[in-house]
Design a protein around this ligand. Structure first.
Ligand code: ADP
Length: 423
């Protein structure tokens, strides 16, 4: 009897241990499904666990399905957001509450090309500007202006951007706030404004000198014309005439430049024999009193042929270069105008054996109002605009212009004109 009881107990214990193991196995299976976000596949071994177990498994599978659906929705939303931000022209940046970058679009890289692989970096390592950090702080403190123009360092240069910032609640539901910035690059406008300011300052300066001389001499003539010796009066009038001519040349050159820079510079191209143009300009200069005893030679390769150009504008280019060659060379100088065909273009050279141009000035002489020797240029009636006009006309024809010069040896100005058929 006792033996039977003991055997029954042992059997019951065996069954209990077996069921416990099955239970554990089923639980591990469910746990693994939840961890891997897979629906729970019911095992035969779990059949005996009953209706409660089935309901638990269904609820767990439904929950896993919902989590997966939400995850997918979030991923596609993020992809959509990234695609939208990526197509924006404005740079967009989101930083977290500790100023670490969470998101930046492609346009930001357009402004700061070195900003690659920046997710998670501190914002000040990418956008180098004390002003920007102050703006971020002001935004968080609720005292930032809606839009602020900020200068960022970009290597040795600067980038100017209009920055708009706003605070956004983080997606992970915490109580700190993220900050979103939109940067509109205005560096180009800034540079244009600086060029315009410089230009206005230069023009005012150029106009002031002759005008004040003219005003001074006219006042003297008005006050003292009764008892002024005729010789003085003559001298004063000549000075007034010289400065009026200077004003006139300046206005002429300014008008020419503004026409050349306008949307429609009005090139009137025609096919013309190029050697003829050079010969006519050279002849004109040879016989000018300003040439003195300087020699003006010309050598044109007959293969140069005809070119499709605006003859009057190219004549102006040659005249400006010859004017300079006469102005800046001493008496007895030799000036040569030459032209020869090269691959697809004709290269023209106006060479003199004058004083030359210092190497440090050579990169700047085509800029407006740039002069190597200001006094000498003004004394010779120069406006500082001649070479700038040359560059514009040549570039409008699709050509290039450059200078080669050695101090004490002379200067050679070159320009090229593409050989193009008439359209
Ligand atoms: P400018 O009216 O002063 O001559 P340009 O634009 O024609 O203005 O020339 C710019 C400067 O380049 C001149 O002021 C002069 O210093 C220098 N330059 C131009 N041509 C020569 C040359 N042939 N020899 C030496 N210097 C020259």
């Amino acid at each position: 009897m006792t033996g039977l009881l003991a055997a029954g107990l042992a059997l019951a214990l065996l069954v209990a241990v077996f069921k416990l193991r099955q239970h554990r196995r089923a639980l591990r299976g469910l746990e693994q499904s939840i961890t891997e976000r897979q629906p729970y596949l019911r095992e035969e071994a779990a059949d005996h666990l009953g209706a409660d177990w089935d309901r638990l498994c269904e609820a767990a599978s439904a929950l896993t399905g919902e989590v997966n659906r939400l995850q997918q929705f979030r991923t596609s939303q993020l992809a959509q957001l990234e695609a939208t931000l990526g197509s924006l022209q404005e740079a967009v940046l989101i930083v977290d509450h500790t100023n670490h970058i969470l998101l930046a679009n492609r346009a930001l890289q357009g402004i700061f090309p070195s900003a690659t692989d920046i997710m998670g970096s501190r914002v000040e390592l990418v956008l180098q500007s004390r002003e920007f950090l102050d703006y971020v702080e002001a935004l968080r403190a609720g005292r930032a202006v809606p839009r602020q123009t900020i200068e960022f360092a970009k290597g040795s240069d600067s980038v100017w951007a209009e920055v708009t910032g706003s605070l956004i609640p983080p997606l992970d539901g915490q109580d700190y706030q993220w900050a979103l910035f939109v940067l509109h690059d205005i560096s180009h406008q800034r540079k244009l404004e600086a060029v315009r300011r410089d230009f206005v300052a230069n023009v005012s300066h150029e106009l002031r000198t002759p005008l004040s001389v003219i005003k001074g001499y006219i006042e003297t003539l008005v006050d003292g014309h009764h008892d002024m010796p005729a010789g003085d009066r003559e001298r004063f009038l000549r000075t007034i005439q010289r400065h009026t001519e200077r004003l006139n040349s300046l206005l002429e050159d300014l008008l020419t430049l503004s026409r050349l820079e306008s949307v429609n510079p009005g090139l009137q191209r025609e096919t013309v024999p190029f050697a003829k143009i050079i010969a006519e300009v050279a002849e004109d200069y040879r016989t000018r009193p300003a040439a003195g005893d300087r020699r003006v030679d010309c050598t044109v390769d007959p293969a140069t042929g005809s070119l499709w150009i605006d003859a009057s504008k190219i004549t102006q280019v040659l005249e400006n270069l010859l004017d300079n060659a006469l102005k800046y060379t001493p008496k007895g100088a030799v000036i040569t105008v030459s032209a020869e065909p090269r691959a697809g273009e004709v290269v023209v050279c106006v060479r003199d054996n004058g004083p030359g141009i210092p190497p440090e000035d050579q990169p700047h002489i085509f800029e407006r109002f740039y002069r190597v020797d200001k006094g000498r240029s003004r004394e010779k009636g120069g406006t500082g605009l001649g070479l700038s006009i040359v560059k514009h006309i040549v570039q409008l024809h699709g050509g290039r212009v450059w200078v080669e010069s050695q101090l004490g040896q002379g200067t050679a100005f070159y320009f090229s004109l593409p050989r193009r058929e008439a359209k």
